[in-house]
Write a protein that binds this ligand. Structure first.
Ligand code: CMC
Length: 472
């Protein structure tokens, strides 16, 4: 249990060291979440029953430094110190971040202190992109310049046509997006100068500007339609919709309800602190590779059905269920484990309703007013109703997450199912980039390299199990 009012000391055996520990206690100016009297540090007293030594581990910001545990050792000379074992990072903070705050129990999500509800209602996606990176909302001059820069960089090199044309007609758009984003590194070799602020800036602009273009090109490739080049007269979202949907019109005019709905969805997806894909971007970026390569790792992680790929799976699941009357039976198969998971439900962090899901549900109503009610909405509502009144789900705190209703909105805008996660990726790009830069500039960060507990065989001599080679 954390003790307050004790002087923080590093984890060294009390018995064996007369002097205070070599390593300094962790100090920080931020307020610790657990109440500690002002001016007094708190510490965790640990008694090692293997040695009867006791240790005092400083507690700061509600955490102990895992490296402090390394100092807890037995007398065995081979003992390199205690580790913490945390598969899937259930309770390990990998960084200190000022970007996004989540309170999973209360259903709170804030970007740089601003509630997601207020940003979704009032901000533009590019305003949010600026906010995530710079920590403050842009003023008019900063915003105009940022919008201009993004607009100026929406075109991709003509060789990209050949690159995308090389994919099969039925390639999954996330596979195309992932490899294309990684491919951008080959067009901008100077992006490897990641500690040059100008290079970082232009790479970030390029990624924000070109991702919608690449995404739209991959859509057109699958459809067998000619690529539509960016139209710099349009806003970020309208331009994306134009590149996706424009046919022979001289100027594409997006449905304003669709354009605003997509803008809100991009804002909702813009960051979500240390989720799987962001962790991938940070881990890959920690090797000091260029940002295109680091972010492509994020796209790859997002593709998975437990992460961003869930929005696609929700629609596939609803299609399989087929009708409202089949919902109770389907729920039973989920509970028994035969039917897989209820996609779009559950979250590692949110243990009450995902605040993004609330906004998405409301948004769906607005979009359906324009296009008519999606035929599968009834099934989704019934799934939600039954799940929220079933002990299996409530006892595990499984509530609809952001992906539960987004698919229905995307489909009503006529996006194909396998394109849904691409839309998530466009939205998440500013978050990945802000987190990548924060990681790079954080003096405490080093190359990400977890420990392991080795459980394989002990040393053994090589004895081939292949058939002996025939000799003539
Ligand atoms: N349907 C049925 N059971 C579930 C579900 C679900 N969707 N999610 C979790 N559970 C059960 C799970 O079987 C386990 O039960 P038990 O304790 O009996 O073994 C318990 O709930 C805890 O699950 P967990 O796998 O330990 O939870 P996690 O925090 O590791 O997983 C999750 C979080 C989002 C991967 C998971 O809830 C899930 O697979 N959901 C479905 C996929 C999905 O919708 N993903 C989108 C997440 S939100 C957007 C994003 O981040 O991309």
């Amino acid at each position: 249990m954390p003790k307050t009012g004790t002087t923080a000391r590093p984890a060294v055996p009390k018995k064996k060291t007369a002097k205070p520990a070599a390593a300094a206690p962790v100090t920080t100016s931020a307020k610790p979440p657990a109440a500690a009297p002002a001016g007094k540090a708190s510490a965790l007293e640990i008694k090692d029953t293997r040695t009867s030594n006791t240790y005092s581990v400083p507690v700061s910001e509600g955490a102990i430094r895992a490296t402090e545990l390394k100092k807890i050792k037995t007398d065995d000379p081979g003992d390199s110190g205690l580790m913490s074992y945390d598969p899937a990072f259930l309770n390990t903070a990998s960084c200190r971040s000022a970007i996004t705050y989540i309170d999973g129990d209360k259903g709170i999500l804030r970007y740089r202190g601003y509630p997601i509800e207020q940003l979704a209602e009032n901000a533009t996606f590019l305003e949010v992109a600026w906010l995530l990176r710079h920590g403050e909302l842009p003023n008019q001059q900063e915003y105009d310049r940022f919008v201009h820069e993004i607009t100026f960089h929406t075109y991709v090199h003509e060789n990209f046509r050949k690159f995308l044309e090389g994919f099969r007609y039925d390639a999954h758009p996330m596979a195309m997006l992932n490899s294309s984003i990684a491919g951008l590194a080959s067009f901008y070799p100077s992006a490897r100068n990641i500690f040059d602020e100008t290079e970082r800036n232009i790479s970030i602009i390029r990624l924000l500007a070109k991702t919608p273009t690449i995404a739209a090109f991959s859509y057109r490739h699958v459809k067998g339609l000619p690529f539509v080049y960016p139209d710099n007269r349009l806003s970020y979202v309208e331009n994306f919709l134009s590149m996706v949907a424009r046919m022979s019109e001289s100027k594409y005019e997006a449905n304003p309800v669709f354009a605003r709905a997509l803008e809100i969805l991009f804002i909702l997806h813009a960051d979500h602190e240390q989720n799987c894909s962001t962790n991938a971007v940070r881990a890959v970026g920690s090797s000091h590779v260029d940002p295109f390569s680091a972010v492509s790792a994020g796209v790859a992680a997002l593709f998975g059905p437990l992460h961003g790929g869930a929005n696609e799976q929700v629609l596939r699941m609803i299609n399989e269920i087929g009708s409202v009357k089949n919902v109770p039976k389907f729920i039973e198969t989920v509970k028994s484990g035969e039917g897989g998971r209820l996609m779009g439900f559950g979250h590692r962090v949110y243990k009450s309703y995902d605040p993004r899901a609330k906004i998405v549900k409301k948004l769906a109503d607005e979009v359906f007013k324009v296009v008519g009610v999606d035929k599968d909405l009834e099934i989704a509502l019934e799934l939600e109703r039954i799940a929220l009144s079933d002990d299996y789900f409530t006892s595990r705190k499984l509530y609809p997450n952001v992906d539960f209703y987004t698919g229905l909105i995307y489909r009503s805008m006529a996006f194909p199912t396998d394109f849904f996660t691409v839309l998530f990726a466009i939205g998440r790009m500013p978050g990945w980039l802000a987190q990548w830069e924060e990681m790079l500039l954080d003096k405490e960060q080093k190359i990400a390299r977890p420990r392991q507990i080795y459980i394989g065989p002990a040393e053994r001599p090589y004895r081939s199990r292949l058939k002996p080679k025939q000799t003539l």
